[in-house]
Design a protein around this ligand. Structure first.
Ligand SMILES: O=C(CO)[C@H](O)[C@H](O)COP(=O)(O)O
Length: 223
């Protein structure tokens, strides 16, 4: 089974969890990336069974609309019952690194607005300790060098993701060589740096459910 086939399988497994929640007044949260894209495509036959979705990126919003799903603003949607999204890494406590697709800020907002976060990943994303995947940090452009120096003080090696501007008009620093033994503490510390909009650690609000695709099928993991 290819990685893409595993991503599709976890997307279908997530759909099985979400289908019973769908109703005429229900709005769901949708993430960004190749795994989330499979989930969006799988929603097409059910597009008329719920009110719509809040998207974590312009790319996902466009894909939802192409699949017949109405896209709503979070401000008019209130609390969402569920958020479905991928991740770049997850640890045994369901802390995550996200933002490989540069959508981390809106992803974190929609996750925070949701009662349940279903994380859909292939097995390559499972790690004992977060940090092998470089941690994305979204930064106000004028603060890029300042924040980079502060991230070095925290023990990381930040690299400017050249050519990438987020949906919010900001830039991304990818922080290499972090061994993240205190995900909540590091998430808060990085968020406290002036110029940082958001960082890709999802520990203060991690996933509730992880569906992991393996060559032997989809595993529903628990903490
Ligand atoms: O955080 C993300 C985008 O900002 C994605 O969820 C993460 O990069 C995983 O992507 P994929 O499903 O393509 O492996």
């Amino acid at each position: 089974m290819t990685a893409d086939e595993m991503k599709k399988a976890v997307a279908m497994a997530a759909l099985d969890l979400v289908k019973p929640m769908l109703a005429a007044d229900v709005v769901i949260g949708i993430g960004t990336g190749s795994t989330a894209n499979h989930f969006i495509d799988a929603l097409k036959p059910y597009a008329n069974d719920f009110l719509g979705a809040v998207a974590s990126s312009d790319a996902s919003a466009q894909r939802l609309k192409a699949n017949g799903v109405d896209v709503l603003e979070l401000n008019s949607a209130g609390t969402l019952p569920v958020y479905v999204d991928g991740a770049d890494e997850f640890d045994p406590r369901f802390n995550l690194i996200k933002g490989g697709g540069a959508a981390l800020t809106r992803e974190k907002i929609v996750a925070q607005a949701s009662q349940q976060f279903i994380c859909i990943v292939d097995g390559s994303k499972q790690v004992p300790v977060l940090g092998n995947f470089p941690l994305p940090v979204e930064v106000i452009p004028m603060a890029r060098s300042l924040v980079a120096r502060e991230l070095v003080k925290l023990g990381g090696d930040p690299v400017y993701r050249e050519g990438v501007i987020t949906d919010n008009g900001n830039v991304i620093l990818d922080v290499h060589n972090l061994s993240i033994t205190d995900p909540k503490g590091l998430e808060a510390a990085i968020n406290n740096l002036p110029g940082v909009v958001c960082n890709g650690l999802f520990a203060l609000r991690g996933a509730d459910v992880v569906l992991m695709g393996t060559p032997d099928g989809v595993q529903s993991l628990s903490i």
